[in-house]
Design a protein around this ligand. Structure first.
Ligand SMILES: NC(=O)c1ccc[n+]([C@@H]2O[C@H](COP(=O)([O-])OP(=O)(O)OC[C@H]3O[C@@H](n4cnc5c(N)ncnc54)[C@H](OP(=O)(O)O)[C@@H]3O)[C@@H](O)[C@H]2O)c1
Length: 392
């Protein structure tokens, strides 16, 4: 199926939205104009009618993160942490998620590299693809043929075009529903990046775009060029940084928000204790908040989550996902899992709600627990919140 380029309705809507300084889907939510970017909801999944508005997208309230890499052996797959699975089991898990009504799937060129997109494409090909909202990311300097990481970022327009062509092939589709810049490129003006994406949108190869861990001014500049659909940043009870400035900016501009690592890399699901130590390949091994000197203090948060989960008769993972959903109606977490039981548990979090009094109490309790240790290593942290250079 090929998507048509912008029609005149869509252009009018974009012009009106630009004048008002808001995202066009805020207008289209009222107008519901056929063909407008805000009026193209994915079809309802088979087993649930629960839905959330994520910027212009209409999605199940819990998505699925597919961040997998080759493990030891030809069929082996590993996540960033300690989970192991196989290609076939990974594909079956994605299909199960789709059949249970999940439609937002998150991946990236660099996850594998290439492997996660390949598995997602294989899993969704056919009728599941039509119900899915596929989100993927470009922006690291990955060799298009070998998959080797050559340097840090690469958002040069020509490179973006080449990456997207390769992504479409791997994902076995003719369009990417949501394309993110994975990290802001300090060498490429955001206007040039958005220009390249806008061309891809005109060609129907990309439907919407987003930014991951961007600087705030870069968001505003990007939004002026073409409305940003979604921001994807780390956010959970373990890292509440977006609350200060990013969520208010999303609210102001009508941008949806996707929290990555919504389970705090397993911590909020209760899989870490004060004595946990991580293998060298486990991403958490280099993160200060998971270091031996930080974990004992940070267990106060895991204990709080466990207490509240018991009170609500849900699991810690469900409590943690429901907390995110309760913060704003346009937040959609994308927990990662290799485990079918965890998948089903996470999906069921969509029906966990809080009364206002409960939420106030829980928010206050979370805010009272200081987290020890930086969220990421200095090298990874330095690529977050970056502002793109000015356009000359
Ligand atoms: N934009 C970015 O820069 C960025 C960065 C990181 C991640 N992401 C995206 O965010 C997604 C999710 O983040 P993440 O995988 O880093 O962290 P996460 O979702 O916070 O945690 C994943 C970990 O939690 C465990 N888990 C999941 N559900 C569970 C449950 N119900 N009970 C117990 N344990 C459970 C998983 O192990 P099992 O396999 O055993 O379930 C896995 O170890 C990724 O897949 C990726 O798509 C984006």
């Amino acid at each position: 199926m090929t998507h048509q380029p912008a029609d005149s309705n869509r252009r009018r809507l974009l012009a009106a939205a630009t004048t008002l300084g808001v995202a066009p889907w805020l207008l289209s939510a009222c107008a519901q104009t056929a063909g407008a970017p805000g009026a193209t909801p994915a079809k309802t999944g088979p087993s649930t009618s629960a839905r959330r508005r994520l910027g212009p997208l209409d999605v199940y309230p819990i998505g699925l993160g597919v961040q997998w890499h080759p493990g030891q052996g030809p069929q082996a797959v590993t996540d960033l942490y300690a989970s192991r699975t196989t290609r076939q089991a990974g594909i079956a898990l994605i299909q199960r998620a789709a059949d249970l009504g999940v439609n937002l799937f998150d991946t990236a060129e660099v996850y594998g590299p290439f492997m996660s997109e390949e598995l997602l494409g294989e899993a969704l090909q056919g009728s599941r693809r039509e119900r899915a909202v596929i989100s993927t990311k470009f922006g690291f300097d990955v060799d298009l043929v070998t998959g080797q990481r050559r340097g840090s970022t690469n958002s040069r327009p020509e490179h973006i075009r080449q990456v997207v062509e390769a992504q479409l092939r791997r994902l076995r589709t003719d369009r990417i529903d949501l394309l993110y810049q994975h990290r802001v490129d300090p060498n490429v003006p955001i206007e040039d990046v958005v220009g390249a994406i806008r061309d891809l949108i005109k060609q129907g190869k990309v439907l919407h775009y987003g930014l991951s861990e961007p600087g705030l001014q870069t968001v505003r500049r990007a939004h002026r060029e073409h409305p940003v659909a979604v921001i994807q940043n780390e956010y959970s009870m373990l890292w509440r940084g977006p609350e200060a400035q990013v969520l208010p900016l999303c609210e102001e501009l009508g941008i949806g928000f996707v929290p990555w690592s919504p389970l705090g890399m397993g911590f909020l699901a209760g899989t870490v204790n004060a004595a946990s130590r991580f293998e060298r390949e486990d991403f958490r091994a280099n993160l200060p908040r998971f270091a031996p000197d930080a974990l004992p203090a940070n267990m106060a948060l895991a204990d709080l989550v466990r207490t509240w989960a018991a009170r609500k008769n849900v699991t810690p993972a469900q409590l943690s996902l429901a907390w995110l959903s309760a913060q704003k109606p346009w937040i959609v977490p994308i927990p990662g899992t290799t485990n079918l039981a965890h998948l089903e548990e996470n999906i069921a979090a969509a029906s966990v709600t809080f009364s206002t009094a409960e939420l106030n109490k829980l928010n206050a309790a979370v805010a009272a627990i200081p987290i020890r240790g930086e969220r990421l290593s200095p090298a990874v942290l330095s690529a977050t919140g970056v502002e793109a250079p000015p356009k000359r």
